[in-house]
Design a protein around this ligand. Structure first.
Ligand SMILES: C[S@@+](CC[C@H](N)C(=O)[O-])C[C@H]1O[C@@H](n2cnc3c(N)ncnc32)[C@H](O)[C@@H]1O
Length: 343
């Protein structure tokens, strides 16, 4: 990791609300502007951005694509997901060609469900296919194809309704450019613990604490068992909290859906730590119109915890424990409205 990465042809492509080819349950796209604001409020600008629970990687793609951070490392313990990102970044042409050829049918969906890939390329294609054709983008477990196996569940949502091949090819080409220019530096198939220790081992000596930012978006506390074939229970959430407490070689930012366990693990008022509360509404597909003719947008409450030193005041969040905090519960902050959180 020497010098600046090469320029990319169209950084504005990464400012769009949808950049990732993967649809992800819990994708934190709406938080990206807040994360960007926090990172930009601290000097020096980070050189390395690491996402140990990368999933759809929406945060890393946007920050590295627009140049807010120089380079990113993506990591995930699900080898379908990590294989997808590695192949998208470093073997892009192969993935685009296979994606363009594949038939998007229920029979093919059944085939991919049973398919046990042996190599990285095949895992990448399986990941992309199932993510774009399965209900909610869920890769594992019992989730069925969009529209149901008989394709009669919904008139507008058939198995290929999220599989616009040209659109996906454009997104994949953009990821390939991030790989070619060294902006996606690497992709690791690893558990969060191994990712954090590898970052320290491989980059901790050359980069200062302020030059490395780790963004962690761990699995949902309540729903993890429905989404992943392994469990990410309370013990793991606790272990993550204690690891971060002693992390001294990088800056970190953590996002959680606001809930009691997260509040217990990350209490406000601890030295060297900020706990922020953000609320936003987002538009989700399929909302029923109200009497006023508009669908009421669901609201999401998030906690952001960080060891960044300087947190500027913002309309987008309030520090928990701050005297004005209760007031934030009354305010619709209205940020991050997007067409759908699962494109
Ligand atoms: C909530 S999702 C992340 C979503 C992502 N931030 C986005 O915006 O799309 C959680 C991800 O963590 C991964 N994961 C679950 N347990 C993990 C572990 N022990 N170590 C690393 N990754 C893990 C899952 O495979 C999943 O991709």
């Amino acid at each position: 990791m020497h010098g600046k990465p090469d320029a990319i042809s169209d950084p504005s492509a990464f400012s769009k609300s949808v950049v990732s080819p993967l649809r992800y349950p819990g994708a934190k796209r709406q938080l990206v502007p807040i994360i960007e604001q926090i990172i930009k409020g601290n000097i020096p600008p980070p050189r390395l951005f690491v996402e140990p629970f990368c999933g759809g990687a929406s945060t890393a793609l946007r920050l590295v694509g627009t140049g807010v951070v120089e380079r990113a490392i993506l990591a995930d313990t699900d080898d379908l997901v990590s294989s997808f990102w590695y192949t998208a970044a470093f073997d892009t042409g192969w993935l685009i060609n296979r994606m363009l050829e594949v038939e998007v049918t229920v029979a093919k969906w059944e085939w991919f469900r049973m398919f046990e890939p042996r190599g990285r390329r095949d895992r990448a294609l399986k990941c992309l296919f199932l993510n774009r054709t399965t209900f909610s983008g869920i890769l594992h477990g019992r989730a069925g194809p969009i529209g149901g196996k008989k394709q009669t569940e919904h008139t507008n949502y058939k198995i290929d309704c999220r599989f616009n091949k040209e659109g996906l090819a454009a997104r994949l080409r953009a990821i390939g450019e991030l790989g070619n220019t060294g902006r996606i530096l690497d992709v690791w198939d690893s558990d969060w613990r191994d990712t954090l220790s590898r970052v320290e081992r491989e980059h901790g000596e050359r980069l200062t604490r302020d030059e490395i930012v780790v963004y962690l978006d761990p699995p949902y506390i309540e729903k993890a068992e429905f989404l992943y074939p392994w469990s990410f229970g309370k013990d793991q959430h606790r272990s993550l909290a204690s690891t971060l407490e002693s992390a001294s070689s990088f800056r970190w930012l953590l996002s959680y859906d606001d809930n009691p366990l997260a509040r217990e693990l990350y209490r406000p008022g601890q030295e060297g730590r900020h706990v922020l509360h953000a609320r936003h509404r987002y538009s989700a597909a399929g909302l029923k119109p109200t009497a006023e003719g508009k669908g009421k947008r669901p609201q999401r409450e998030e906690l952001l915890v960080t060891n960044f030193l300087d947190i500027q005041s913002s309309k987008a969040y309030h520090a928990l424990g701050h005297p004005g905090c209760d007031a934030c519960r009354q305010v619709d902050l209205g940020i991050g409205s997007t067409e759908s959180h699962m494109d």
